[in-house]
Write a protein that binds this ligand. Sequence first.
Ligand SMILES: [Zn+2]
Length: 416
Amino acid sequence: MELITILNRCHRFRGFVYQHAHFGADKKSIEVAVRPRNGSAAVCSRCHLPAPGYDQLAERRFEFIPLWGFLVFLLYTMRRVNCRRCGIVAVEEVPWGDGKRTLTKAYVLFLAPWARRLSWKETAEAFRTSWDKVFDAVEHVVTFGLEHRVLGQIDAIGVDEIQYARGHKYLTLVYQIDLDVTRLLWVGRERTIESFRGFFTVIGDELASKIVFVCSDMWEPYLRVIREKCSEALHILDRFHIVAKMNKALDEIRAGESRRIASEGGVPVLKKSRWLLLKREENLKTEQRFRLRDLLRYNLKTVRAYLLKEAFQQLWDYNSPAWAGKFFDDWCRQVMRSRIEPMKKIARSLRQHRELILNYFRAQKLLSSGVVEGLNNKAKVTMRKSYGFRTFRCLELALYHSLGKLPEPESTHDFF
Ligand SMILES: [Zn+2]
């Protein structure tokens, strides 16, 4: 069986024929010559209709899916057409590629899913191609996906911020968190009012007005846009963000106190205690649990803050918003008497957003909780895998690619 026979089976196009296949000069690649079928006219790349020929350009190499350790290229001499409809001389359209890319469409569709499983760098290495070409492949499928996705009705959204570029910059991510669909809908630069408004521009007022639930953290610009664009929706402050905030405060207290003990030459009881205090107790190993109990005997600010944080967790067990509210108020009062400034700061901020927090109970069982946290973790994994992308564009593409659940261009053959 010849290579041409296989190509005709999996990658055949009307109007073109495979002439012959031969090794490239380096013997490491296979080159397949392609030519127009006799008598078939070139197609104008602007109006997509046949047009009379004008001249030919230099031969181009289109990168195809590698085979058994050989790179494979299709060689083709592009024609130009003199299109009367468009009134210009244009390059012809070829069905296996496009005017700009050197990758064939088949190779783009082959590489893109790999770039979701592996990092872009690993994908390039695995298939002996360049990082830029993997970027190209992802850009192609993401652009197609965004143009062809159907938004449909959106019941619930979650908005979240994520840090990148060594923590100096932020992205705003908007997820759809309906019970049956969770996906990334939008990526915006920064975490400003303008960036979040950009999402509403994309979906339009009609879809926005039908959103029933919005989940967010306490970031004021987000709260403001939600009030402005989704005034009818039930706005919920996400549990995961509140816990994250509390953990951050606790960590601050622990670090400060640990430094103070060290500078006073005391026993470093807080050493290596970070994860003991930040993890939920049920997630600790037996040995860690003993160490935690040991630590809790000390009269330290850190310990008191830890106990307050743990006590707060009970809030989530309530079903009734009224009882949850009562517990919430008691907890805030207790914290305000604690003389631990970072915790007091949190209590003040929670009090300010009391209604939004209690909305969690009003919406309970209608919104899958923890879904924003799950998506946030996936986004972080994607960013970690994409170590080396420094630009917003790369991150945007990588995030849409892994979390957007975008439709993909169809292919007549599955090159698995
Ligand atoms: Zn035309």
